[in-house]
Ligand binder design. Sequence first.
Ligand SMILES: [Ca+2]
Ligand SMILES: [Ca+2]
Ligand SMILES: [Ca+2]
Ligand SMILES: [Ca+2]
Length: 353
Amino acid sequence: MPSTRVAAARGSRSAFVALPFLSVLSVLLVAACGRVGFPYEDAAVQDSTVSDAGDTGTALDTSPQDTGLDTGTDADAGCTPTGPEVCNGVDDDCDGMIDEAFTLTSDPATCGGLGLEGTTTIGAVTWDRGAVIRRAKDILGGPVRMSCCAALSFGTGEPDMDLSLSVGTLLGVDGSDGLGHWGHFPDVATQGGNMDRRSFEVDWGPGMTLRNGPGDDFAVYEMGNYEPSAIRVNVGGTSWSPPRYEFADGFAVDHDANVTVYDLSDFGLREGEWVNAIQLENIFNSGAASGADRVDGMEGEGTVLHAGDPGYDTGRPLLDAAGGVEFDDTRLDTDLVWVVGLRPITPPGCCVL
Ligand SMILES: [Ca+2]
Ligand SMILES: [Ca+2]
Ligand SMILES: [Ca+2]
Ligand SMILES: [Ca+2]
């Protein structure tokens, strides 16, 4: 197969790298105010055009009235409600309390989350092994081929990795060989790819969630030549996002694996909202009888549009890289080996910043 590896890995984007700093910040916040926000300044009814009586400066009220006194020059400018309270270190509902009703901790295990197990770096992306997915299942199309998919580059000599959590093994490939395995989409010649939608669903087990934090939130590893998948996330345990395709962000030569990192904000979540499952679906090229999958982004990545979807007619070609080409028939058999969170995995009521 032709190789279009992305050789230049961008720098480590793991949220775990920032954990020590965020943990210290969190402790300071709790210590300073118990996550109770400073009173918003206000002595009169909110308005949006002039300073209220008691405002000593020129700033306008921009937030709901509260019971605190206006004593400064910023008159409520500190808080504008953005929605229900979520775990994000911010007073989203402007009630003067930050992340109220959440269990606050720096350790996910203390509130029922998956424990931290130590970090691994592959392809310049670092994540905690406690944040690797725990389950995978076929949800569309036939089962993964059992005769293939041994990921030799994740085998003995990798004591840190729990190879039973590789995607193929979780899908049912026999793991008794002690190797990691990938979950395999069909190629055109052998399995009817480009005609049949195939999809895997992965998660971290019952009740476990991945929160949208600052920057990238999860990573997907795919073996060898970069081959595509469309990603959906289950938002709040209630609705699936539209599918999204992104270019690979790096290539780990030592593991023969591409890495693509995803920011849940790109799926429409605000920071603090969470997902509890991810679906990975195959891509059709222009040889497909029903027409090629397209994207809404000018560069060739973005929200995936299937033939007949709203906006399909103005969609752009889905490319293998910026300035690249369409995935040809030999590059539709995607080899998914790891899906990992880049921050702690917790129940939705747990707040680990
Ligand atoms: Ca609040
Ligand atoms: Ca909050
Ligand atoms: Ca994010
Ligand atoms: Ca591949």
